[in-house]
Design a protein around this ligand. Structure first.
Ligand code: DX5
Ligand code: ZN
Length: 221
């Protein structure tokens, strides 16, 4: 298993002061910047695109940017995010007509590739592409909004995904996204996750470093 990574979702950050807020959360101990891209088509919300990703790079953000695409189709926007300085690009298999090709596009562009599974989506497709993914992301809420409640059935699915990854012997991150907080992060890690997205649990508090430190304490138990 890879070292634990905390990836704050900037969906809950202050968009009017995004650069400063990202600096603050990284200084508070975050590892990745989780970047939620919504198109008001694949999900019922509209957020930020490649211009904002490249603006963060120009502003001086050097941490890995973990781009979570909730858009359909995905291929053209993948190219734009490669150019914008993304580190990881993940997408939902339902949003691409050719999953294998989209994964290949991401890797050909020098980024790490991943697939995202909605709460009711089967992991079946994974077994055909395990050699082409660097990350598996399990949604623990229905995508579209921050601040939702963690769906408990995700724990069992995490165990399944962990077993598939371990059996492959590959270096693949297992990320969880939605409703992650200090209270449940340990159980989520015990189920097999190594990468934790948290939006409202971090950004809706005044002291980011305190929450991140509490999360790390839970993970160290
Ligand atoms: C939901 C997004 C998440 C979301 C997480 O569609 O993919 O990244 O921002 O927010 P919280 O941690 O508040 O559930
Ligand atoms: Zn996300």
């Amino acid at each position: 298993m890879q070292p634990f990574v905390i990836a704050p979702s900037i969906l809950s950050a202050d968009f009017a002061r995004l650069g400063e807020d990202v600096d603050r959360v990284l200084a508070a101990g975050a590892d990745f910047v989780h970047f939620d891209v919504m198109d008001n088509h694949y999900v019922p919300n509209l957020t930020i695109g490649p211009m904002v990703c490249s603006a963060l790079r120009k502003y001086g953000v050097t941490a890995p940017i973990d781009v979570h695409l909730m858009v359909s189709p995905v291929d053209r926007i993948i190219g734009d995010f490669i150019d914008a300085g993304a580190s990881y690009i993940t997408f939902h298999p339902e949003a691409s007509a050719h999953v294998d090709r989209s994964l290949q596009l991401i890797r050909d562009g020098g980024c790490k590739a991943g697939l995202v599974f909605n709460p009711a989506s089967s992991l079946e497709v994974l077994k055909y592409v395990l050699d082409k993914v660097d990350m598996v992301l399990l949604m623990s809420v229905n995508p579209g909004f921050g601040g939702q409640k963690f769906i408990p059935g995700t724990l069992e699915k995490l165990r399944e995904a962990r077993a598939l990854i371990d059996a492959s012997g590959r270096d693949i991150r297992l990320e969880v996204d939605g409703g992650v907080n200090v209270q449940n992060i340990r159980a989520i890690a015990e189920a097999g996750a190594d990468t934790f997205v948290a939006g409202s649990a971090i950004f809706n508090t005044p002291d980011y470093s305190q929450v991140i430190a509490q999360m790390r304490d839970e993970l160290a138990q």
